[in-house]
Design a protein around this ligand. Structure first.
Ligand code: IVH
Length: 668
């Protein structure tokens, strides 16, 4: 392919891929499969690598690039981001309607939209290109989070269609879909990490991340509802929403249609229960005057526009007494407070318990024992306490004491981030039992003949204290246990024997190292093809593994430096568990020493290899991989989209660049 042909293909692929993104994210009607999309994307990536100067500004390969930021700049909003007046009743909405009619001297149509429960964001487009994204901040000034916003795939970087204004400010809401949120929390729970309280906190926390790559991984979404500079010429909101879709903006298509107050009230009533069926959270309905010229006439107060109002649905809440607080120890040693409540009927079930998450939550709520508290059922199934009900009777007197010692084994607790941990993991019964349960779980060693009750029994009898003890179990000892027949005992023995075939990455996950979930275990096993290599890995080497940050790396190093864990591994190895990657012959590390003494930094996207693969190849050929450039770096192995600051630094330090092809020649 010559340069001209490449340019044509790059232009065509960029257009085509952006079009598919639009169909997928905005219209919700994709016309090709994910696999086909990925194939086109990798073709484009390859071409951009060959002809980097032809890569387009709006290339779909460029959503995430560059280095993490040190902090955010702040910027002033062109027009302040106001808030909305709230109402909770239809009669207040009628008052709103009266006020509007009085100022205008006539009726005017309204449009009601869903009030997305996310984080407000303001974007600026110049000549159709996204140039800046600012959070609400205090309404006047917010943080500049452009890189993070570019990492949200549904937000257009380059507008589609025609006739957008030269400069346009757009406002909307960033949020996460429920399904995605629950999946992420499930994963965090499995890894022994603190779960996110709710989707809105998650979204706002995500926009404050300094690393856009992590933002991309979080799967955020957005809906837009205001286009400041353009509105006048389009006449009304209903027309504007349609236009916005043509320009490529994701817009929530559930709205009442322009109509009178009765139409709006009908819309509000219908969403009262239907909102449960949405796959994102809303906290009400926004009622807006449809016509932009009427909005202008109505103006705004210092805080909120006079042309719009938010109708908020009342959450299902009940008031009851807080009787006591239990402190539970989980597998990872985290101690979580759980409230015991006087039973109360709420949204179709009797509620007796509610999670209090951590000590900070108790402090935030200012809870005391015997307080009357408000209990709410939000999107999540577990009800939560939202505050003290001060309307009835007296406050409780007894402060809630967060224990200083583990409620189970009495070891002193230690606070790490927001949680209190019992660090006596090896002698604390719920932690040991929790680890055993984790070890036998389906995604770990898959020992389904060993249920929770059997494990508890084995524990009580003192037969099993850690996973290696399971493999010492004898048929006789097992079958003499209460409620255990000869047959069940044999099933357990057989299951344990079979588990020797469970692959290395699952064994690694089964060990229950804090923060090492399924995915991280896979990455580690890929990078360190044997447990000996992993056990010997330094913090820096671990940080080179995909998706592994300092927190995880520290836990891994700490776990392997514990002599008890070394003994555990030794015993498990003797039983024949898998502790090496069963690489096929074509992937077998060839261990040449061609790169001995050479240090590499790898950056960018490559045509024929994943970045991680290249790092592994370097190590397999005796070289070293570093995360950042220094005077000691011998080569920067750079693909397309290599971080501009890395390239700049390489130039300063006179570190030569190496292409993928040159690298292949080096190790050939
Ligand atoms: S219109 C002057 N429409 O709710 C503000 N806001 O409580 C006009 N929100 O700041 C806002 N969905 O962050 C509007 N369909 C929608 C909305 C919406 C969510 C948020 C927005 C606003 C806040 C006011």
């Amino acid at each position: 392919m010559n340069e001209e042909q490449a340019l044509h293909r790059i232009l065509a692929l960029t257009r085509e891929l952006n079009d598919h993104n639009y169909r997928y994210y905005v219209l919700d009607r994709p016309i090709i499969s994910d696999q086909q999309f990925d194939d086109l994307l990798s073709e484009l990536t390859g071409l951009e690598h060959g002809w980097p100067h032809h890569a387009q500004l709006d290339s779909p390969t460029r959503r995430v690039g560059g280095q993490p930021l040190d902090g955010f700049d702040s910027a002033i909003h062109a027009t302040p981001m106001l808030s909305l007046g709230n109402t909770y009743s239809e009669s207040e909405l009628r008052d709103f309607d009266q006020r509007v009619q009085k100022i205008l001297g006539r009726t005017t149509p309204y449009l009601a939209e869903l009030k997305i429960d996310g984080v407000a964001i303001s974007l600026t487009y110049e000549n159709g290109v996204l140039v800046q994204a600012i959070t609400r901040g205090d309404g006047t000034r917010g943080d500049v989070v452009t890189a993070n916003i570019r990492a949200i795939p549904s937000i257009p970087i380059q507008l589609r269609g025609l006739n957008w204004p030269q400069k346009m400010e757009v406002r909307g809401e960033v949020f996460i879909r429920r399904e995605k949120f629950e999946e992420l929390n499930r994963r965090r729970q499995e890894n022994g990490e603190e779960v996110y309280a709710n989707p809105r906190n998650f979204a706002s926390g995500s926009l404050k991340l300094l690393d856009a790559t992590e933002v991309k991984r979080r799967g955020l979404d957005a809906y837009f509802y205001a286009w400041n500079q353009e509105q006048a010429s389009l006449g009304d909101q209903e027309a504007m929403l349609k236009k916005a879709i043509d320009w490529g903006f994701p817009v929530c298509t559930h709205n009442s249609g322009a109509g009178d107050l009765e139409q709006v009230l009908g819309f509000i009533r219908s969403w009262q229960s239907k909102r449960e069926t949405l796959d994102f959270d809303i906290d009400g309905i926004v009622v807006k005057v449809n016509s932009y010229s009427d909005r202008e006439e109505l103006g705004h107060t210092a805080k909120a526009p006079r042309w719009a109002i938010a109708y908020k649905y009342k959450t299902q809440a009940a008031s009851t007494q807080l009787i006591s607080v239990d402190f539970q120890v989980g597998r990872t040693g985290a101690v979580t407070p759980v409230a015991n409540l006087a039973p109360v009927w709420l949204g179709g079930t009797t509620v007796k318990r509610a999670s209090l998450y951590n000590e900070g939550e108790i402090e935030r709520l200012g809870l005391r024992l015997n307080d009357r508290v408000w209990v709410e059922k939000g999107g999540e199934i577990i009800p939560k306490i939202t505050g003290v009900d001060t309307t009835k009777g007296e406050r409780g007197h007894l402060a809630i004491q967060f224990p200083l010692h583990c409620p189970s084994c009495d070891a002193p607790l230690q606070r790490i981030d927001a949680l209190h941990y019992c660090l006596n993991s090896k002698n604390c019964p719920p932690q040991q039992l929790g680890l055993l349960e984790h070890f036998v779980a389906r995604k770990a060693m898959d020992l389904n003949s060993l249920g929770k009750e059997t494990l508890e029994l084995l524990w009580q009898q003192g037969l099993v204290r850690n996973p290696a003890d399971l493999y010492d179990l004898q048929h006789d000892a097992l079958s003499s246990l209460e409620r255990m027949g000869k047959k069940s005992a044999q099933l357990i023995i057989d299951g344990l024997a079979d588990s020797r075939a469970v692959p290395y990455h699952r064994v690694l996950f089964a060990l229950g190292i804090r923060h090492v979930g399924e995915t991280i275990a896979k990455n580690l096993a890929k990078h360190f093809p044997s447990i000996e290599l992993l056990a010997a890995a330094s913090l820096q080497e671990l940080l080179n593994v995909h998706d592994i940050g300092e927190k995880i790396a520290e836990q891994v190093v700490g776990w392997f430096s514990d002599p008890d864990h070394a003994r555990l591994l030794e015993r498990l190895k003797q039983f024949g568990l898998q502790f090496t990657s069963g690489l096929g012959s074509e992937q077998q590390p060839n261990h040449s020493q061609k790169l001995l003494g050479l240090s590499f930094v790898v950056s960018g996207v490559f045509e024929r290899h994943e970045r991680e693969q290249l790092k592994m190849l370097i190590e397999q050929h005796g070289g070293r991989v570093a995360a950042s450039l220094s005077g000691k770096t011998n080569y920067l192995l750079s693909g397309s989209d290599a971080g501009p600051s890395k390239l700049e630094k390489a130039k300063q330090l006179h570190v030569p660049l190496l292409t993928e092809t040159e690298f292949e020649q080096l190790i050939a």
